[in-house]
Design a protein around this ligand. Structure first.
Ligand SMILES: NC(=O)c1ccc[n+]([C@@H]2O[C@H](COP(=O)([O-])OP(=O)(O)OC[C@H]3O[C@@H](n4cnc5c(N)ncnc54)[C@H](O)[C@@H]3O)[C@@H](O)[C@H]2O)c1
Length: 296
């Protein structure tokens, strides 16, 4: 596999594109929004520049990596990829329609992967005629730094597809761990109830944001508190994941807390909107991101 396409250039898509490019893959980064593509280019440039400053990579490596990524709104460019990784918004109907379009338009050997946090890979595969070549490839945020790739096998994923994706993840210097196809898989089935509970504790007035996060960091050894992590993931994404788990696993504990629903409704989505449980005005955002990178 040499030619990789990434659909969706948001929080995850630009990190996935950067990671593949750093390991010398040719990447097409596709999105319907030209504005978002421009923002993604800036983010990738900033991330690579930070690595140059820390002497992790050379200036030449930065420009080679950057040049490996073609950004586009033209769907035709992704047709001949060896692998397409879908990283668009967490909406099952949207993803199903994209998978059926990819199936119709892409080369018959192209593997179709989804970076979904919770949606059934089997359902996505069922909207194609290449069910054996559909798989979950769930990267963690921030993608260039986090080691894990949660690989999700649908009911139809072939052994050969899984092997190729596991090998590819290893090539990226990541650690792939495979799981079966249940709503939320392992990562979010365990993480999201904790985030939801932290929001409930805040809503009940048990404590304030900084103390809730501080208790989980200092007391439980978490590198980041659950509310700060929710901001980093995106509150809309957290809400969507909880809804998928609530519907799929049919248990009240997965129902998004009303405070989470309210914040999403008023556009407080966390880091990406500039405000969530914390304030991310430009200066604060830079401070937070650089602190996180220093810790890593
Ligand atoms: N945010 C996280 O921490 C995180 C972690 C792991 C997995 N995920 C999953 O990754 C996926 C993407 O999440 P995100 O946080 O990057 O979302 P995001 O909202 O930051 O970005 C989504 C991007 O998809 C684009 N898009 C929407 N519809 C499209 C279409 N039809 N064709 C092409 N592009 C389209 C949007 O323009 C936007 O740029 C979701 O499935 C999410 O559950 C998110």
């Amino acid at each position: 596999m040499k030619n990789i396409s990434v659909m969706g250039c948001g929080t995850m898509g630009n990190g996935i594109a950067q990671t593949f490019a750093q390991f010398d893959y040719n990447v097409i980064l596709y999105d319907i929004s030209q504005d978002n593509l421009e923002k993604a280019k800036l983010t990738i440039d900033r991330n690579l520049e930070r690595m140059v400053k820390k002497e992790v990579i050379s200036k030449e490596k930065k420009s080679d990596t950057f040049n490996k990524i073609i950004t586009t709104t033209d769907f035709n460019l992704i047709r001949n990829s060896d692998l397409v990784i879908e990283a668009i918004s967490e909406n099952i109907e949207l993803k199903k329609s994209i998978f059926s379009k990819l199936d119709l338009e892409c080369d018959s050997n192209t593997i179709l992967a989804s970076n979904t946090s919770s949606i059934s890979i089997t359902e996505l595969a069922d909207s194609t005629n290449r069910k054996d070549k559909v798989i979950g490839m769930h990267f963690m945020n921030p993608v260039p730094i986090m080691k894990l790739v949660e690989i999700i096998n649908s009911k139809h994923t072939s052994k050969s597809t899984t092997e190729k994706i596991v090998n590819l993840s290893n090539q990226l210097n990541k650690i792939p761990l495979t799981v079966n196809d249940f709503p939320g898989f392992i990562s979010n089935r365990i993480l999201m109830p904790m985030i939801n509970e932290a929001i409930e504790a805040l809503n009940d007035g048990v404590s304030e944001v900084k103390n809730i996060d501080g208790i989980m960091k200092l007391g439980m050894g978490h590198p980041m508190g659950p509310l700060q992590l929710a901001d980093l993931i995106g509150l809309d994404v957290c809400k969507s994941i909880l809804e998928v788990m609530f519907k799929g696993l049919n248990k009240e504990k997965y129902m998004p807390n009303p405070l989470l629903n309210d914040m999403v409704k008023k556009g407080s989505l966390g880091v990406k909107s500039g405000e969530g449980f914390y304030d991310y005005s430009e200066s604060k955002k830079a401070e937070m991101v650089s602190k996180r990178f220093r810790n890593d």
